[in-house]
Ligand binder design. Structure first.
Ligand code: C2E
Ligand code: MG
Ligand code: MG
Length: 346
């Protein structure tokens, strides 16, 4: 009933501010329920040929959109999500070729397919072959949600994909969680080793973008850049887009891998201060606050452990302990000073 629509979310080079492309994201414009997100209905048709029909519609629609944008003077790539079932369907590359031929004004280089890493892990030989056929048509291919499958190195070597797209779950939490940061850093390293491009999804804030740039990942997509938007809003957005000054200034200054724990300690410390302030402001500061217990102090753990081992000999290192103790002292005073804290003087 023509209730499906595609929204588009920009992908940018965070360092240069150039808009590189937009990912087509499906929505169901339901007459009563409004815009229904794809994960609420796509899984229901996954095992059905309807998934293939929808997939073909998405490709055709994205190509027609590309044709309109080109006429409008906007030249960016469109990325299209392809379900595993659709990709492995007999004759997928032939179908794609026909759709491309039906829009001859759209160069294949301006089309990218996003294939889930988990799909690619299915029948590796077959999937590699299909991806190869698609690339022979001129379209590029990226591995979506990279890091959530097995990320087997042998598979990565055999899959002729152009780009690794780091899953948003790792990106979102990398400012707080050392393991997520390690995964992001490792995927960037893999992309360099295998000479693939790398893009981060889920760039929610300017801070996320800064960290990614410091790690050597320049391409990003996420709410911190733009939310998915209706097609007609995109040309205006592209013309107006300027990246944050903080991203521009980082330039090519990358961090050394050995220093990552130091930077993470800084984020942890900032997060601790933010939590203290939030607890003070809400008037809910108590000693039972799980985040404020000494055992939850990731910064202190780093300082005593890895920090002392790596930087302990530096003159600058010791005063940090005093400053941190002073902070904890203030926290203690704030806790003791609470009126409901009966055993403490005012
Ligand atoms: P995906 O391909 O990984 O797309 C990225 C998803 O993350 C999108 O959700 C997008 O709106 C969301 N996102 C973008 N930036 C941020 C951010 O900064 N923070 C957070 N938390 N999320 C962000 P959406 O549109 O709900 O799509 C979900 C998934 O549905 C897609 O994940 C894709 O796997 C699938 N999908 C969407 N459209 C299609 C389609 O046309 N065909 C197929 N086969 N799958 C589709
Ligand atoms: Mg995608
Ligand atoms: Mg994803």
């Amino acid at each position: 009933d023509e209730e499906l629509v595609l929204h588009y979310q920009p992908k940018v080079n965070m360092r240069t501010g150039k808009v590189l492309g937009a990912e087509a994201l499906l929505r169901w414009n339901h007459p009563e329920r409004g815009l229904v997100p794809p994960l609420e209905f796509l899984p229901l048709v996954e095992d059905n040929d309807l998934a293939i029909e929808i997939g073909a519609w998405v490709i055709g629609q994205a190509l027609r959109q590309q044709s309109r944008w080109l006429a409008d003077g906007i030249r960016i790539k469109i990325s299209i999500n392809i379900s595993g079932r659709h990709l492995q369907q007999n004759g997928f590359a032939g179908e794609l070729e026909q759709l491309l031929q039906s829009c001859p004004e759209v160069p294949a280089e301006l089309i990218e397919l996003e294939v889930l890493e988990t799909t690619a892990l299915g029948d590796i030989g077959r999937v590699s072959e299909i991806i190869g056929q698609c690339r022979a048509l001129g379209v590029s291919v990226s591995l979506d949600d990279f890091g959530t499958g097995y990320s087997s190195l042998t598979y990565l070597r055999r899959l002729p994909a152009d780009t690794l797209k780091i899953d948003c779950s790792f990106v979102r939490d990398m400012l707080a969680d050392p393991e997520d940061l390690a995964i992001v850093e490792a995927i960037i390293g893999l992309s360099e080793a295998f000479q693939r491009q790398v893009i981060a999804e889920g760039v929610e804030t300017e801070e996320h973008g800064k960290l990614l740039l410091r790690l050597g990942c320049e391409l990003g997509q996420g709410y911190g850049i733009a939310r998915p938007m209706p097609a007609q809003d995109l040309p205006e957005w592209v013309r107006a887009y300027r990246q944050p000054a903080g991203w521009r200034e980082i330039g090519h200054q990358h961090w050394l891998r050995e220093d990552l724990p130091l930077h993470l300690a800084k984020f942890n410390h900032g997060a601790l201060v933010d939590r203290i302030i939030a607890a003070l402001e809400s008037g809910q500061l108590t000693r039972d606050e799980p985040d404020l217990r000494p055992t939850a102090n990731q910064f202190a753990d780093w300082y005593k452990g890895e920090g002392a081992a790596r930087y302990g000999a530096l003159d600058e290192f010791r005063p940090v302990a005093k400053a941190h103790e002073a902070l904890l002292g203030l926290l203690g005073e704030a806790l003791d000073g609470r009126p409901d804290n009966a055993d403490a003087p005012g």
